[in-house]
Each structure stands twice: as structure tokens, then as C-alpha cells.
Design a protein around this ligand. Sequence first.
Ligand SMILES: [Zn+2]
Ligand SMILES: [Zn+2]
Length: 257
Amino acid sequence: MKHYFLIPILLVTLLLSCSKEDSAEANQELTGVTANQQPTGTSSNHLLSDAVFSSMVVELVYVEGFKPTQTAINNFVNFLEERTYKPNGITVVTRSIVSPGMSSYTTQDIIDLENANRTKYNTEDQIAVWAFFADGQSANNTANGVVLGTAYRNTSFVIYEETLHSYSDSAFEANRDVLETTVITHEFGHILGLTNLGAAMQTNHEDTEHPKHCNDEDCLMYWSAETGSGMENLIGVSTAPQLDSQCIADLQANGGK
Ligand SMILES: [Zn+2]
Ligand SMILES: [Zn+2]
């Protein structure tokens, strides 16, 4: 039987990239494979506005048995429609793959899987997003916390769906739809440039203790880390946290709604 006392949870992580960011952004290609292999946050404007891309496609790939709920997918699309200008539409294409047979994934493993399986890349009018739902845990899990998702490239994120299941499979735990919606939209918030990650802050609301996260504890982009309070706060809750007005202002200033 699974224990259900709370262990400290690291709700989400963000892979902070370094060094070549400036030159990569300056020379960023708009279309083709390399256009989708840039640092997290660098496609903020291209995702938010329709200046370059008038539509968006999300390639949602899951290991058999680890598909997110339709409610979570619908909530994700609603989140995108609420915040981005894509007059020619937002499409989600879902597909399963057989298990890669790994119980633990490093970020490099996740990148390798994306490279081997991704089929959608930016085209002239359409920006493409890769979302992968894994059947194993993150290799970055520690005794002090687990990783439920990571935004690791400008248009790519992974959800550690097996781990997420283990925190949402009983009445004493978070609702599955709510937990999936929370982690998916939080990761996508990073890809949209939050917080101080490509969408310039209009007010100073970055959490100094947890860089690239919002300091409003009710905001979707709040980092509810080591204490386990993040998971606790979702128990008995029927809707995922929303972006606060400061994060929305940052998105609006960079071309979003
Ligand atoms: Zn985060
Ligand atoms: Zn916020």
C-alpha cells in the first residue's frame, strides 16, 4: 500500500540554461528544427503574439497508460487561448509511444526522446510545442523532494506523469485533473517567459529565494517548494491556481492577452 503522509515536494522545476543565451536569441531562427531547440523563455513573444505565428500546434506525446486527463488538456488549451493571440487557432495532436523502458529520466534522456519522436517544428505561420508525459521519475528527485515537471527548452516541457499519479490517486490527495492542470500550466508559464524569464517584469515580483518564480503565493507561478505546502494546498481544491495580475501584466507587455 502506498503511504499518504506528506513528504516535502518540489512541485516543479525549471532548467536554467546559461551562457550562450544572448547570442542564441540574437541569431534565433524562426523556423526549422533548431528554432525549437533554444533556451526556455526565448520564444515568449512568438508564443504570445501573432506578429510572426498566427497559429499554434501542441504535439502532446505520452507513454502508453500515462495520458493526461481530457479535462487537463482542455484546461491547458483554455489557458493558452486566454493568454495568447493565435487567430488561426490552437491545435493539440495527441499520440502515444511505447515505454522507453526507463524508470528514471535525466534531462538529457528527455531531450534524446524529444529528438527521436518530435515531428512538429515551427513553420512559416505556426509555432510548434512539444509536451511529453513520461512513465518514470525524474533523475533529479532527491530525498527532500520530487520533480513533477520541467520546462527545458523554448517550446518543450516534460511532465513526470507516473510521479504525478502517485500524488493524485486517492481521496486523501490532490485531484488528478487539478494537479495535472497546475503542473502543465505552470511549466508553460515558464515557456511563456515567466517570471523574469523572457517576458520583462512590469513590477518587481520575482521571488528572490526562488529565481524565475513569482512572489505571490496565490499565483500559478509561485514556487511552493521544500515545505510540501504546494501539494497540501491542492488537496480538496477543485480548480488549479491562476496567474496573478503581475504575471498577466508581464505577458501583456510582451504581446500576450
Ligand atoms: Zn517553476
Ligand atoms: Zn505571479
